[in-house]
Design a protein around this ligand. Structure first.
Ligand code: GDP
Ligand code: MG
Length: 597
């Protein structure tokens, strides 16, 4: 089709508002995917994603649609649905001219809706509001339209009402994509430039790069150059996504496609990088490229020291497919050999941990995540510290800075008070509150990222009975009164339990943490003291009393099956224990600091 008949678009939505269901229906109605081949939610194809109901990696699909006897080529570029991946969201939006803004008509605008809309507006996209789930008895399209107009300032006269589930309104959406989203600009005569919006590692063909041709043309076999990674390759294979890969010989400005060029790691073909011709290079790369910056770090240690090599191999393999994953060896006297790993955020961290355990069969002890602190030293240097146990002595440092985030919470008005309390309790600075409608408000705070790592989101959900949503973005580093809190178990310093806390909270955290550890660590044959210290000073202490040998027979009397069950349970629990000196410490203890009341 001519470039004037191409439309590149994406779908933005808050989680569960129906993005995947709508994408499936668009693919079905355009005959792109046969109903028989249709696995539920074609676009979310990683198991983990499906289980968690989130889209982690973006994918793309090309559809053919005929309107008024004219054939059109519609490229749908999917976006990940989590704030950890907002850079990738912004790059896939940059590959489009328009976006469908899907809002659940029974719920309304949520925090993620807003975060995504802001990104779409930054990329100058034409936005088509779509109210989904109008089949639900609780759907209130008019109220939601008013919300969109008021907080986003979007003209909703052309909003489309649909039910992705029941297939209502889908043709209207396809027609709107054609009539309202502008075609790409015709820049086929310019030197070749393409924007990478996704890439993944295929063990047989190397990295598969998904891109949008911004200017010029690429032919199969062309010698190409990646402007950020400065690597050169031959484009052995190029093609389109329909949605399976289909080889073609040429791709022109405005088109979306993939290429394979025996690229060995996704780090060489990063999202946001610009591809150009090796011989006829573009003068400038496309805007918006950023290096991945890990925001949270944690230690990963194999329970069984023999698995260290396997863990390293597994991390190397995952890294081939994940340019944002960062790791280096870490040795601790308490934990033995392991790795300090950096992640974009908490979800990214959980995904990697889960894959290591599921796909590589590793048994790991994970230490509590830490943010990256900036330590201003007395000698004038500034060093980064992502491992609390490695924080330099108080005498050597002038000040510590920590990362702050801006959070936006959207909540029914009944929970405003408890959410503000939550944010204040986490050292939050109140910024602004707006009523979106009579009954719902948006509350903005700035708070330390360290206070959000852990159970903040769970607390938000439980304090709002599940009704509030939130998003956050990094706003910069700020100086805080921070100190290191150490934990000693049975007289031994346990480095992975060290944490950096605000001075005002140190005593409370010390007390709560020692109490929590006392609950979590099983009793031993001897008494085990658990202490929290600042430097050499003990600020809180608890002790686990010794267990008597005959306790099992005493507790369970003659009931042999129950006793066996208990022993089996203990044996299973053991798999996740790390010996610290003579004391067995379970996995949960290493995370205890995240869940202090
Ligand atoms: P995503 O997280 O935005 O990708 O949302 P999904 O497409 O996974 O949908 C979330 C849930 O809403 C699923 O249980 C869908 O079956 C349901 N859903 C999606 N669209 C509709 C709709 O139009 N009507 C109703 N009643 N449910 C829908
Ligand atoms: Mg989805």
């Amino acid at each position: 089709v001519p470039i004037s008949n191409i439309r590149n678009f994406c779908i933005i939505a808050h989680i569960d508002h129906g993005k995947s269901t709508l994408a499936d229906k668009l693919l079905q109605l355009t005959g792109t995917v046969d109903k028989r081949d249709m696995k539920e939610q074609f676009l979310d194809n990683m198991d983990l994603e499906r289980e968690r109901g989130i889209t982690i990696k973006l994918q793309a699909a090309r559809m053919r649609y005929v309107m008024d006897n004219e054939p059109y080529c519609l490229n749908l570029i999917d976006t990940p649905g989590h704030v950890d991946f907002s850079y990738e969201v912004s790059r896939s939006l940059a590959a489009c001219e328009g976006a469908l803004l899907v809002v659940d008509a029974s719920q309304g605008v949520e925090a993620q809706t807003l975060a995504n809309v802001y990104l779409a507006l930054e990329n100058n996209l034409e936005i088509i509001p779509v109210l989904n789930k109008i089949d639900l008895p609780g759907a209130e399209s008019n109220r939601v339209i008013q919300e969109i107009e008021e907080i986003i300032g979007l003209d909703c006269r052309g909003a489309i009402q649909c039910s992705a589930k029941e297939g209502v309104g889908i043709t209207e959406i396809l027609d709107a994509i054609v009539t309202r989203i502008p075609p790409p600009q015709d820049t086929a005569a310019m030197p070749f430039r393409a924007l990478i919006f996704d890439s993944y590692y295929d063990p047989y063909r190397g990295v598969i790069v998904y891109f949008r041709v911004t200017d010029g043309t690429i032919r199969k076999g062309d010698r190409i150059y990646f402007m950020a990674s400065k690597k050169e390759y031959y484009a052995d294979e190029i093609g389109v996504l329909s949605p399976g890969q289909m080889q073609v010989d040429k791709l022109y400005a405005g088109e979306v496609g993939y290429l394979a060029a025996s690229i060995r790691s996704v780090a060489d073909a990063r999202v946001g990088d610009t591809i150009t011709h090796f011989g006829r290079r573009a003068d400038k790369s496309l805007p918006g490229y950023e290096e991945a910056t890990p925001m949270v770090f944690c230690g990963l240690f194999p329970v069984d020291a023999d698995q260290f090599g396997e863990l390293r191999d597994a991390l190397e393999k995952l890294q081939l497919n994940d340019a944002a994953l960062n790791f280096e060896p870490e040795t601790s006297s308490a934990m033995g050999f392991g790795f300090r790993c950096g992640f974009l955020g908490l979800l990214h961290m959980e995904i990697v941990q889960e894959r290591l355990e599921r796909e590589y069969n590793l048994k790991l002890i994970t230490t509590a995540p830490s943010v990256v602190y900036r330590v201003n030293c007395v000698n004038g240097d500034t060093v980064e510290c992502s491992n609390p146990s490695a924080l330099s002595d108080p005498g050597k440092r002038k000040s510590i800075e920590e990362p702050y985030v801006k959070i936006e919470m959207i909540t029914p008005k009944d929970y405003i008070g408890s959410l503000m309390e939550l944010a204040q309790d986490r050292r939050g600075l109140f910024k602004e509150m707006k009523f979106i409608t009579e009954n719902r408000a948006s509350i903005v705070y700035e708070l330390p990222l360290a206070e959000m790592v852990g159970d903040f989101f769970d607390q938000l959900k439980s304090k709002s009975k599940g009704y509030a949503s939130m998003e956050y973005s990094f706003v910069g580093y700020r100086e805080s009164e921070l100190i290191k809190l150490d934990i000693q178990i049975n007289g031994e310093l346990v480095e992975p339990l060290a944490t950096i806390v605000h001075r005002d909270k140190a005593y409370a955290v010390g007390r709560a943490l020692t109490q929590k550890l006392k609950e979590l660590i099983p009793r031993h044959m001897f008494k085990v003291p658990i202490q929290a210290c600042i430097g050499a000073k003990v600020i809180a202490s608890e002790s686990l009393s010794a267990i008597r040998k005959d306790v099992l027979s005493k507790c369970y009397g003659g009931d042999i099956t129950r006793k066996k069950k208990l022993l089996r349970k203990q044996a299973e629990g053991k798999k996740r224990m790390k010996s610290i000196g003579r004391v067995e410490v379970p996995q949960e203890a290493f995370m205890a600091v995240l869940r202090l009341e």
